[in-house]
Design a protein around this ligand. Structure first.
Ligand code: ATP
Ligand code: FE
Length: 355
């Protein structure tokens, strides 16, 4: 089976070709056009600009992806597309493009939940078998999921406010660092002293695996304003120490809550458990290392995708589509774009509430 995948739910326009045959699963191409420069002046992703850019870039991405794979539309078995959740204009651009290709080339259409794309990535990269515990940490989400199948997810807990990626992005903004904030904060943190500023470790006093990140951002703001009030501005070292303290707090909280989630998960899944992480924040080395330690402590197998497959890409969408398509599922021309689509209600037709 060979699928084309399209992704346009946030600020990356992407197309990829993924194949599954007797040898296993392979990524034949994966093209990502980011929009960071377009949004740079606005301090965040502007939905209208994003939607327009997706509409302009999608066809180029598809041509490039097919080219790099050395294939044309006739070689495909289906087209998979992110149908949500995300910025609705961008998702619509992708869904319309996929419908156009499906109609024009006579191919089946498969709608994919963007979060399922992230959550199934360890199967694409490492062939991880079901079931596994997934920590999905991205720009808009943070949740512990028990993944039992391509459309079988249950949520053990998650953030009650900001997502960690969002917290990294806002923190970067507070310190005048470039977007996306994750990589810039990580680079600064590498030069800093994580112990200089005391950051809180929110919700560790509660036994569940829910998390909170908005307090960390506020702590950073207060520490920053404290230094500015005292010295009139931030030095490079101040900035690095703030980043290091913030990042260490995020890593500690994620690690401790993962420890608890693994404990809960182990009660229902005896045998060697598997822990996987995905989403943009999973690109962070400090966080990956902390989670790897937690997995080792619990005797769990640990999987973290390569960095380019942690952040948004279409290979994960093509792959998730492949799993759905392989199981005989497809969508009609009535496939709609959804701004919200929680994973634990992932079957099409079930419309759910918030993140
Ligand atoms: P979602 O998947 O929840 O809809 P999204 O698609 O915008 O959101 P991703 O592309 O998965 O999110 O991840 C982007 C986020 O990952 C950004 O917030 C970015 O700052 C963060 N990120 C990327 N690299 C790193 C890093 N090295 N350290 C921490 N955060 C990172
Ligand atoms: Fe994403």
């Amino acid at each position: 089976l060979t699928l084309l995948g399209l992704e346009s739910s946030c600020d990356d326009t992407a197309a990829a070709v993924v194949r599954q045959d007797a040898k296993g699963v392979s990524i034949l191409s994966s093209v990502v056009h980011g929009q960071a420069e377009m949004h740079a002046d606005f301090g965040g992703v502007v939905p209208e600009i994003a939607a327009r850019a997706h509409a302009e870039k999608l066809d180029l991405c598809v041509i490039e992806a097919l080219d790099q794979a050395g294939l044309d539309l006739r070689d495909l078995d289906a087209v998979a597309v992110t149908a949500g959740p995300g910025l609705i204009g961008g998702v619509m651009a992708g869904v319309m493009m996929a419908k156009g290709i499906a109609l024009g080339a006579g191919l089946p259409l498969v709608g994919v939940n963007h979060l399922a794309g992230h959550a199934l990535t360890p199967r694409l990269t490492d062939g991880l078998a079901y079931p596994y515990l997934m920590l999905l940490v991205s720009g808009g989400h943070c949740q512990f999921l028990v993944v039992r199948g391509a459309e079988d997810f249950s949520r053990l807990g998650g953030t009650i406010d900001d997502a960690p990626g969002e917290a990294f992005d806002k923190s970067a903004r507070l310190l005048g660092l470039p977007q996306p904030g994750g990589p810039s904060v990580e680079a600064e943190a590498a030069k800093g002293d994580a112990k200089r500023f005391a950051f809180p470790r929110p919700l560790l006093d509660r036994p569940d695996c829910n998390l909170s990140f908005s307090g960390l951002k506020t702590a950073l703001l207060r520490a920053r304003d404290g230094i500015v009030a005292e010295k009139g501005g931030l030095t490079r070292a101040d900035r690095a120490d703030l980043c290091a303290g913030f990042q260490a707090a995020v890593a500690d909280v994620l690690a401790e809550k993962t420890r608890r989630a693994l404990r809960i998960y182990l009660e229902e899944a005896p045998g060697t458990p598997a822990l996987a992480v995905a989403g943009g924040v999973a690109a962070n080395q400090r966080i990956r290392a902390a989670l790897e330690d937690v997995a080792a402590e619990a005797g769990a197998v640990f999987t973290a995708p390569p960095l380019r497959l942690c952040t948004d890409n279409a290979a994960m969408i093509a792959y998730a589509g492949l799993e759905r398509f392989g199981a005989g599922q497809r969508d009609g021309m009535d496939l709609s774009a959804r701004p919200r689509w929680p994973l634990d209600m992932s079957r099409p037709g079930l419309v759910g509430g918030g993140r």
